[in-house]
Design a binder for this molecule. Sequence first.
Ligand SMILES: Nc1ncnc2c1ncn2[C@@H]1O[C@H](COP(=O)(O)OP(=O)(O)OP(=O)(O)O)[C@@H](O)[C@H]1O
Ligand SMILES: [Mg+2]
Length: 398
Amino acid sequence: MTHFSESVSLFRPCHTYIIGVELSVKSLVAAYNELTKLDLRILRVIEVAHRRYEWVPMEVIVKWSNRSWELVSKSLRKLNALGMVLRWKGSYTGYRLTYYGYDALALHTLSKKGVIERISPTPLGVGKESDVYVAEDPAGNKLVVKFHRLGRTSFRQTRKFRIWVGERRHITWLYESRLSAHMEYKALVMTYNAGVTVPRPVAVNRHAVVMEYIEGLKLSEIKTGLEKPEDVLGSILDDVAVTFRDVGIVHGDLSEFNVLVELEEEKPYLIDWPQWVPRDYKNAIDLLRRDLENIIDFFRKEYDLEVNVDEVLKYIVEGIELKELELEEAFEEMLSQKELRTYVLGEESEESIEKALSSIEKEFATTGKEDREKVKIGILSSGEEEKNKSDENPAHQT
Ligand SMILES: Nc1ncnc2c1ncn2[C@@H]1O[C@H](COP(=O)(O)OP(=O)(O)OP(=O)(O)O)[C@@H](O)[C@H]1O
Ligand SMILES: [Mg+2]
C-alpha cells in the first residue's frame, strides 16, 4: 500500500520539466488549469478503464482514447509530471489515477455543470479523511468542496465499505472515497429535508461533496465563548433526536469537532456525515450514546451544564421499534437498489464501458488545434487580494 506517501506528495508543489516546458504548479486548481481537453480525455479513459484494470495498459489508453500513441504519450508524461497519474513498469507499462487526477475530474464535472465557478488554491482544512476547499458558484455564493480520501491514514471506515467494495475492485481507495462522498451527501439531503441544521447539500460528484459554506467556528474552538450554551446544547440534542426519529439514522462521529457554530445567532450545524448508520443497525444505539456523551461531556466540562445522557437517550428512542440488523442489511433496507448500484457497484459490462467511452468521445470531441483549447476554473482569492488586483489594473481605474 502506497496511499500515505502518495497523498503526502500530492500536495507538494509540483516542479518539473516536461517536453521542454517547465511546469511549476502550486495548487490543484492551477494544475487543473494546465490541462487541455486531450489531457482530460485521457484521465477519463483511465478512470473508466479502472473498472477492469488496476494499472491500465498503455495500449488500452491509446485504443480507448482514439488518439495516436504519440499524442497519448505526451499527455501521459504531462499528467505524470502534474502528479495526476502514476506510471508502472512491469510485464507491461500501465497507468493509474492518483487522488489529484481524480480531483481534477471531479472539478471538471462540477464546473461544467455550473456548480462551481471558482475554487480556493489551497484547502481550508486537511482532515483525516478529507480535504476541504472553499469555492464559489456562478452567482458568487460561497460553497465548500469536500474531497473524500479514504485510505490515507485511517481505516476507520474501510471495513464497512469493504462489505460492498471489497474484493470486487482493484483500486479500493477510489471506490471507497466515492462511496464515502455519496453516503455523506445522502445523509445531508435526508437531514436537511427533515429540518436538521446541516449545511445545505448542493451536489455530489465522484468523491467530492459540495455544500453550503458555514461562516463560523468549530464548537471545540469556542470553548467558554458561547453566550447561550444551553440553547446551543438544546439545539444540537433536538437535531440528534430528529435525525434518529424522523430520518432514522445516527451520525456516528458527533463531537465538538464536528459541530460548526454560526456565531451571530449561535446556530450549531452538524457536519461530517459519511459514517452515519441506519438506526436499525444493531449497534446504532451504542453509537447514538457515544455521540450524545461526546456532546454532553463537552458542555459539562466547558460550561458546567449538567445533562443526563441516559435520560436524553431514553427520550430520543422512546416508542421506536428497532430491528437490530447487521450493517449491510440495515443499509440495504434504507438505500434503494438503484442507489446501491450507483454508489457502490458501478458497471463492468462491455455495454456500460462502451456507453462511457461514447460519452467521452462526445464530451471531448476535439481534433488537432482544438486539443490545445484550455479549460479553466477561476482561482478564488480573498476580498483584499481581489481589490488590490483591480487597483493595479488600469482598466478598472476611472
Ligand atoms: N460546510 C462547511 N462550511 C465551512 N467549513 C467547513 C464545512 N465543512 C467542513 N468545514 C471545515 O473543514 C473541516 C473538515 O471537515 P469535516 O469534519 O467534514 O471532515 P474530516 O475529514 O472529518 O476532517 P477532520 O478530520 O478535521 O474532522 C471542518 O472541521 C471545518 O473546519
Ligand atoms: Mg470532522
